[in-house]
Design a protein around this ligand. Structure first.
Ligand code: SF4
Length: 385
C-alpha cells in the first residue's frame, strides 16, 4: 500500500484552497441540491466563504445525514492524562519540554482509581493520553494501564506519540481498540517551524501513523488538525483527503474526525490572527465534513465553549468529551459530587472551555431530544462474534 504522505505531495491543496475562494453560487447550489459531496472539489466549494452564507441549508443536510446514520445519539468519552513528560518542543502546547511545569507520570494504581471515578460518573469509553516519551511504551506502562482499565471501561483508545507497528501490536493485544493522532498542521513549513525539537519533527512519519495503527489492528482511528496553526481551509482539505485515503485503503476502520481549535496554554505561543477560525466557520466545517463522510464519527471536545457545543449537538457531531481535565492526576483532586477540582494544579496541557460536569452535559443532550450514549457496543459485538 502507498503511504498517504507520498500521495499527499501530489494533491493540489493550495489550488483547492484557491478554487474554494473562487467558488460561485451555481456550484454551491448544485451541491446543496444533491445534499452530499464525494470529492475534494465539491468539498472545497462547501467550505468556501460563499457557502458560509448558506449555513442553514448546510445544517439541514448535515442534521439529516447524521440522523440517518447515527440516530439522535451523542457518544460520550473522557480523557485520562497519564503523564505530562514529553521529549518534544511543540510551541503551542503546555507540555512542551521547555515549559517549566512539574512533570509527573501517574502510577498505575492512580490510573485505575481515576478510571473508577470516571466510571462512577457514567463513562464507559476512555481515551488514554500522554506526552511523547519512549519510557511509557518500553517499560510496559501503557500496556499495563490498558489491561487494568479495561476491567472497568469496556472501550479504550489512546493518544500517544506515534509508534512503529510492532510497538502498537502489544497495545492492541492488551485490548486497546482505538488510536487518535492529529497531524496538528498539514502545512509542512508551519509544521517544521512549530515542532523544532524531538521526534515529532518527522512530518511524514506522523502523517503515516494512521496506516501503521491500522496495520497493527486498531479498529477505530481518529484524524484531525489543530485549527488556528495555519489557514483552516487548507487544513480541512488535507484532513478530508486523509480521511478519503483511509476509507479507500484501510476500509475496515471506523473513522473519526476531530474538529479542534487552538486553546490558550503555557508558554509564549501567540496564534496568528489570520488563522483564527470563528464559531460560524467551525459550524460550516462540521456540516461539510458530514456531507463528505456520512459514516464518520465527528468529535467535539471540551476545548469548545458550552454554547457552541450545545448548538452543534444537532448539526453533525456524534461524539463529545465531558468533564475533562488535561492535567495528569487531576481527577484524584476532583469532588465526585459536583465533578470539579478541589484546587487548581499547574500542569495542564491547555485550558478547556466547557467545564460542565458529565451529568450536566448528558442532561443538555437529553434536553435536545438526543440520547447520551456512555457505552459503545461495537467492541462487544466484535469480540462475541
Ligand atoms: S503536543 Fe504532544 S508531543 Fe507536543 S509537547 Fe504537547 S504532549 Fe508533547
Amino acid at each position: 500500500m502507498s503511504n498517504f504522505s507520498d500521495i499527499y505531495q501530489n494533491i493540489p491543496i493550495e489550488a483547492l484552497v484557491q478554487q474554494s475562494s473562487d467558488t460561485n453560487e451555481l456550484i454551491v447550489k448544485r451541491i446543496l441540491g444533491k445534499g452530499e459531496v464525494r470529492n475534494l472539489d465539491d468539498f472545497a466549494a462547501l467550505i468556501s466563504p460563499l457557502a458560509g452564507g448558506y449555513l442553514e441549508e448546510l445544517a439541514y443536510h448535515s442534521n439529516k445525514i447524521t440522523k440517518n446514520h447515527f440516530g439522535k445519539t451523542i457518544r460520550l468519552f473522557a480523557p485520562i492524562y497519564l503523564s505530562n513528560e514529553c521529549v518534544n518542543i511543540c510551541t503551542y502546547c503546555g507540555f512542551s519540554r521547555n515549559n517549566k511545569i512539574p512533570r509527573i507520570t501517574i502510577p498505575l494504581e492512580q490510573v485505575v482509581s481515576e478510571t473508577r471515578m470516571l466510571a462512577n460518573q457514567g463513562f464507559r469509553s476512555l481515551l488514554i493520553v500522554a506526552g511523547e516519551h519512549p519510557k511509557y511504551v518500553s517499560n510496559g506502562y501503557v500496556e499495563n494501564c490498558i489491561s487494568h482499565c479495561l476491567k472497568i471501561m469496556p472501550s479504550i483508545s489512546i493518544e500517544l506519540g506515534p509508534l512503529e507497528v510492532e510497538n502498537y501490536i502489544p497495545l492492541v493485544k492488551a485490548g486497546c481498540e482505538g488510536l487518535i493522532v492529529y497531524q496538528e498542521t498539514y502545512h509542512e513549513d508551519t509544521y517544521k517551524e512549530i515542532h523544532p525539537v524531538g521526534p515529532k519533527k518527522k512530518y511524514s512519519w506522523r502523517m503515516d501513523t494512521p496506516q501503521r495503527a491500522y496495520a497493527a489492528g486498531f479498529r477505530k482511528i481518529g484524524l484531525g488538525a489543530l485549527y488556528g496553526l495555519y489557514d483552516w481551509r487548507y487544513e480541512a482539505l488535507s484532513v478530508a483527503a486523509h480521511a478519503l485515503f483511509m476509507l479507500q485503503h484501510c476500509w475496515k476502520v471506523q473513522l473519526s474526525i476531530s474538529v479542534l481549535r487552538l486553546r490558550p496554554s503555557m508558554g509564549n505561543f501567540k496564534p496568528n490572527k489570520n488563522y483564527l477560525m470563528s464559531n460560524r466557520d467551525i459550524t460550516q466545517l462540521i456540516c461539510a465534513f458530514r456531507m463528505l463522510l456520512p459514516h464518520a464519527n465527528i468529535v467535539l471536545s471540551t476545548r469548545e465553549p458550552a454554547a457552541l457545543r450545545n448548538g452543534l449537538v444537532r448539526l453533525g457531531v456524534t461524539t463529545m468529551s465531558a468533564g475533562s481535565s488535561t492535567e495528569p492526576g487531576a481527577y484524584s483532586n476532583f469532588e465526585e459530587s459536583n465533578w470539579s477540582p478541589k484546587q487548581k494544579q499547574p500542569g495542564e496541557q491547555f485550558h478547556i472551555a466547557d467545564d460542565r460536569s458529565p451529568r450536566e452535559i448528558a442532561s443538555m443532550i437529553s434536553g435536545q431530544g438526543y440520547e447520551p450514549i456512555w457505552k459503545d457496543f461495537d467492541q462487544s459485538l466484535v469480540t462475541s462474534s
